[in-house]
Write a protein that binds this ligand. Structure first.
Ligand SMILES: C[S@@+](CC[C@H](N)C(=O)[O-])C[C@H]1O[C@@H](n2cnc3c(N)ncnc32)[C@H](O)[C@@H]1O
Length: 300
């Protein structure tokens, strides 16, 4: 008989292929493991728990038996530390994963986040499909530029924007991993609001814009951004930098913001003739549907 862990793995078999080797293997309540998550990154595993006691000794033994590298992340809002080595060979270098044929650099020693958010897999694929040669795509709050890589592979010239220079450098590395020349694209360091206002003044328009901000952030000048308070303003600014007929992906993982409220927040700023389409989370995210994605799409 299969153990609950093996059952969860089995459910994801069809998602793993020659072109995708990174998925969520256990998604908390959705797989009968409340507050416990397990992700596969190539041959390496990352366990995340909200409480340390959730790693029971039977579970630890089962993970030991896999013989794979397993790292353990303690989900904690206050102490955001890098995952610790739990079992299997230690991972001493960054490595590459594959998602829908796209390569991304993963680093287990980089800090609290490892380089990619797997819950955005389907949205990245859609961005790759929407982006066309001759078009421009702006990726704000870009982190390691995963959306930019997809847009660039779709043929667009991309602008990748983030507060952090190390993340922008990581994004360039992700471009190179996919045989894309970062010198043919733009990378902007700084605050998204600042840059959007600048683009607006310059009359610079984009055919596609990605908005996926953190729930809360504070820049060096102490200026704060909160999804619940400020997303409407962010969306309005983005609209002013959008080519007529362009698309916007607005996304948030803010658990406190229900989809209907998020939709209403954006709908107020939306021209009456367009619709905001929502997309569900990928199938391996069987637990709480915390990620909300709203697409402003051109009329077909
Ligand atoms: C949740 S991650 C975004 C994930 C990314 N969209 C993805 O799918 O990979 C948040 C990112 O926003 C950046 N950030 C936070 N506040 C910012 C701001 N005001 N302007 C630009 N980037 C910001 C952080 O440095 C971080 O890389």
């Amino acid at each position: 008989m299969l153990s609950p862990l093996q059952l969860s793995f089995r459910k994801r078999d069809t998602l793993l292929s020659k072109t995708t080797n990174a998925v969520r293997l256990v998604d908390g309540d959705g797989d009968g493991f409340p507050n416990l998550f397990l992700e596969r990154y190539g041959e390496r595993l990352l366990l995340s728990t909200r409480h340390d006691e959730l790693l029971t000794s039977p579970l630890r033994q089962e993970l030991n038996k896999l013989g794979q590298s397993v790292y353990w992340k303690h989900l904690n809002q206050h102490q955001k530390t890098a995952p610790e080595h739990l079992t299997g060979p230690e991972v001493t270098e960054p490595f590459t994963i594959l998602e829908n044929g796209v390569r991304y650099r993963i680093d287990f020693s980089a800090g609290y986040s490892q380089g990619i958010f797997l819950d955005q897999r389907n949205n990245r694929k859609r961005v790759q499909k929407l982006a066309r040669s001759g078009q421009t795509v702006l990726n704000t709050f870009a982190y390691t530029g995963a959306f930019s890589v997809c847009a660039a592979l779709g043929g667009a010239t991309t602008t990748t924007l983030d507060l952090s220079q190390p993340y922008l450098d990581w994004a360039k590395e992700n471009f190179r991993l996919n045989d894309l020349n970062p010198d043919s694209h733009h990378f902007c360091k700084g605050d998204t609001f600042h840059w959007l206002k600048r683009f607006q003044k310059q009359g610079r328009l984009f055919d596609g814009i990605i908005l996926d901000p953190p729930t809360f952030s504070r820049d060096k000048q102490g200026k704060t951004f909160s999804v619940e308070k400020d997303y409407g303003e962010l969306f309005t600014l983005a609209l002013s930098c959008l080519t007529p007929g362009g698309w916007i992906l607005s996304s948030t993982n803010c658990r406190k913001l229900p989809l209907a409220v998020f939709q209403k927040q954006l709908q107020q700023h939306q021209p009456s003739f367009t619709l905001l389409e929502t997309t569900p989370m990928p199938n391996d995210f069987s637990g709480e549907p915390y990620l909300k994605a709203l697409w402003l799409l051109p009329k077909s």
